[in-house]
Design a protein around this ligand. Structure first.
Ligand SMILES: *Cc1c(COP(=O)(O)O)cnc(C)c1O
Length: 457
C-alpha cells in the first residue's frame, strides 16, 4: 500500500465515521414513531453519502472532503504514523474504548440506571461497581476508585493525610503533580536523593526520613515514590521502600503512572498503602482518568463520606465521598477504562516482550556512533531518555532546518512523537509497537544516520 493511498483511506474512514454520526443525529431529532417526510429525505441523502464514501474508501480514491469539525481537524497521528511519543504510547485507545467513546460520549452517560445510594462506584448497569472490584483485584488491593488522572489520586491521599507543614518524602525525580498535590494539601516535599545510577534506593528514603525527623521534630506523614520515573523511566526500589515505610510506620503511596496497565502490579507484595495509576497514560483510556486503590485499613480515611449538614435545610448527603466530590468520571472517560480493561489486564502479561522490543530498538539506535542511552541499561521499561548530542545534533548544527531536520526525516518515514527540533536529549516510548513496527523504526533511524554520513557500528 503506498502512503498516499493509505492517507486518503484514513481520510475517507473519518468521513464515513462522521457521515454515520450525521445519520445518528437524524434519529436523535425524530419522533419515537419514526421519520417524517423531511427526515426520511435527509436520511436517504445521508445514507447515499455514506455509501459514496465507502466506495472511495475501498478504492483509496476520490478527493478528500473536509473532515474539519468546526475549528478542529480530525487527528490522524495514530493512523498515519508510528507514534513514539513518551507519554502517549500506552494511553492510546483500544478499538473497544473508541467504540465506547462514541457510544457513551453524552454528558452523564453512566447515570441512566443510577439507583440509591446514588454513587458512581455503586452503579451496576453499565457494570461500574464490578469494574471497581476488578480494579482492586487487578492491583491486589482491597478497594479502588476511579479518579480524574493520577494527580487527583495523589491529591485525595495528600488532602486526607496532611496537616499544614507536614513533610512528604518524594523522589528527586518526582513528577510535578506530586509536588502540587502536596502543596494544595498544605504539606512540604522532602526529596530522597538519587544514587549514581539515578535510582532511589530504600536507604536514600530512610536517610531522608531521618533528616526530616531531625529538621521538623516529627516523622514525615507520607512517602510517595514512582516505581518508574517520568524522566529516565529507571526502576526504583519500591519493595525496599515499602519495607522502610512499614519500619517507620509511615503510609506509602506507590505511583504507578508508568506501570499500572502495562506491567503487573501487586500492591500487597510491594507493601503499598495506596496505589495510583493513570488511565490516559497507561490504561488505554481517555483523559482525564486514573485509579486510586487502597487497603481496608486506609479506605475509611481516604474515602471518608460527607458529614456536612445544611444549617437551614438540615440536608445531608450521606455516602458521598468527600475527596472524590461524590462522583468522579461520569461519562466517556470511565467507559473507555471499562472497555479497555480486559485487554489492558491481558497485556500486562506481555510486559517482558515489550521490554525486549524496547531493548532491541535501542540496541539498533546505539549503533549510530555518538548516540547514548541516558536511562539505566539494559532497559526495564519502554520509555527511554536518549542523548544524540554527538550524533544527530552534529548534523543539526550545520543544517538549515537545525534540529528540525531530524523530525522532518522521521516524519517523511511515517514516524512521529519525538520532541520536534530536539536533537540533544529527548525521550521516546516504544510501548505497544509490533515487532514489524519496531524493526521499521530502527531501520529508519539507521537510514537517516547513513544519509547524513554518521558512523554506524
Ligand atoms: C504522567 C505522570 C503523572 C501524572 O499523571 P496524570 O494521570 O496525568 O495525572 C504522575 N506521575 C508520574 C510519574 C507521571 O509520569
Amino acid at each position: 500500500m503506498n502512503t498516499s493511498k493509505k492517507s486518503i483511506q484514513i481520510q475517507k474512514t473519518y468521513e464515513a465515521l462522521f457521515a454515520l454520526e450525521d445519520v445518528r443525529e437524524i434519529f436523535r431529532q425524530s419522533l419515537p414513531s419514526g421519520f417524517n417526510e423531511a427526515e426520511q429525505e435527509q436520511f436517504d441523502g445521508a445514507i447515499a453519502r455514506v455509501k459514496g464514501i465507502l466506495t472511495d474508501l475501498e478504492a483509496g480514491s476520490g478527493k478528500p472532503a473536509c473532515t474539519r469539525v468546526g475549528k478542529l481537524e480530525a487527528r490522524t497521528r495514530e493512523e498515519e504514523f508510528i507514534n513514539i511519543h513518551p507519554i502517549q504510547a500506552a494511553g492510546r485507545l483500544t478499538p473497544e474504548a473508541r467504540k465506547a467513546l462514541i457510544s457513551y460520549g453524552d454528558g452523564y452517560s453512566t447515570c441512566d440506571n443510577c439507583r440509591k445510594p446514588f454513587r458512581l462506584d455503586k452503579i451496576s448497569k453499565p457494570p461500574v461497581e464490578e469494574f471497581h472490584q476488578d480494579l482492586a483485584r487487578f492491583l491486589n488491593m482491597d478497594q479502588a476508585r476511579v479518579v480524574p488522572g493520577a494527580r487527583r489520586g495523589f491529591q485525595a491521599v495528600a488532602q486526607s493525610l496532611l496537616e499544614e507543614g507536614d513533610h512528604v518524602v518524594v523522589s528527586s525525580l518526582a513528577h510535578y503533580t506530586e509536588f502540587l498535590a502536596v502543596e494544595v494539601a498544605g504539606g512540604v516535599v522532602r526529596e530522597a536523593a538519587l544514587n549514581d545510577e539515578n535510582v532511589v534506593t530504600a536507604e536514600a528514603v530512610a536517610e531522608k526520613i531521618e533528616a526530616s525527623l531531625k529538621e521538623s521534630g516529627r516523622l514525615p506523614r507520607l512517602i510517595m515514590i514512582d516505581h518508574f520515573d517520568y524522566q529516565f523511566a529507571n526502576e526504583h526500589d519500591v519493595v525496599g521502600i515499602g519495607r522502610v515505610a512499614r519500619e517507620y510506620d509511615i503510609p506509602f503511596l506507590y505511583n504507578g503512572a508508568y506501570t499500572v496497565g502495562i506491567k503487573p502490579v501487586d500492591g500487597k507484595q510491594i507493601g503499598a498503602d495506596f496505589i495510583v495509576g493513570s488511565g490516559h497514560k497507561s490504561m488505554a483510556s481517555a483523559a482525564p482518568s486514573g485509579v486510586l486503590a487502597t487497603t481496608d485499613e486506609w479506605a475509611p480515611k481516604i474515602f471518608r463520606t460527607t458529614e456536612m449538614v445544611g444549617d437551614l435545610t438540615g440536608r445531608k448527603f450521606g455516602i458521598k465521598e468527600v475527596e472524590n466530590m461524590g462522583c468522579t468520571l461520569m461519562g466517556g472517560t470511565l467507559l473507555t477504562m471499562i472497555a479497555s480493561f480486559p485487554r489492558v489486564r491481558e497485556r500486562t502479561e506481555n510486559w517482558d516482550e515489550e521490554v525486549r522490543k524496547s531493548n532491541y530498538f535501542l540496541e539498533q539506535f546505539l549503533r549510530v556512533s555518538g548516540s547514548r542511552v541516558l536511562s539505566e541499561w539494559p532497559r526495564k521499561h519502554t520509555l527511554t531518555k536518549v542523548d544524540t548530542t554527538n550524533s544527530f545534533d552534529v548534523v543539526a548544527r550545520t543544517h538549515k532546518r537545525r534540529g528540525f531536520f531530524f523530525s522532518d526525516e522521521l516524519k517523511a518515514r511515517g514516524i512521529a512523537g519525538e520532541f520536534a527540533g530536539a536533537t540533544r536529549t529527548w525521550k521516546l516510548n516504544t510501548y505497544g509497537l509490533t515487532w514489524e513496527q519496531i524493526k521499521y523504526a530502527a531501520d529508519s533511524i539507521l537510514e537517516i544516520a547513513e544519509k547524513y554520513g554518521l558512523g554506524i557500528n
